[in-house]
Design a protein around this ligand. Sequence first.
Ligand code: F6R
Length: 222
Amino acid sequence: MIKILKSYSVLSSTVANIIKRQLKKHPLSKLGLPTGDTPLGMYSELVKEELDWSHAITFNLDVYLMNVDHPESYQSYMRKNLFDRTNIYPDHTHFPFRPTSAFEDKITESMGIDLCILGIGTNGHIAFNEPGTSFKSRTRVVDLSEQTIQDNSRFFGSVDDTPKQAITMGLGTIMESKKIILIANGDHKLNILNVAMNGEVTEDVPASILQTHNNVEVYYCD
Ligand code: F6R
């Protein structure tokens, strides 16, 4: 199930090519998009080519509960790495918001996510669904785990300055995507990826739910 690629640049271009094909074939596609380190190469591949994003609609997986104009907010990340470098309409780009049921309604009104790209946390989280999250969960406000706060503190300089809460799509929400691609990079992700994809399907390992989706691809490079 896990496809091992020989370098980060191959991983990035492989997944960017899947998104390009999707947008060329179905310009009205709805994409689920992640932030973090792993997709940075994918986004830089995507903006190298002039691609028509004018009909695309995006739903980000998660946001920190913080000032959206902070340079480390996920809104800033997406503007910098993708949106400001394409012709996507800002009002076609969606981030989880409160009331979270209204965000869910937006996904439903747009007829659901066609292609959802995911990263994975070292504790097996996808989006910000931490271990123990119900497989049926929907978009909601969550407290981040100690591990995730620690992992994310590299972006904020210290644990104290790192956001402690987020709004995340739920596992049930993500699983309704028609196609899902999970990407992971680095030795520190190999063990959890293996546990998630080949181990028991359990709420203790949120990403393990992907084993039950009928259209998932997983790409890894060390
Ligand atoms: C971020 C997200 C998270 C990250 C995960 C891995 O939008 O959904 O689940 O994908 O924390 O982050 P990186 O890629 O920085 O290792």
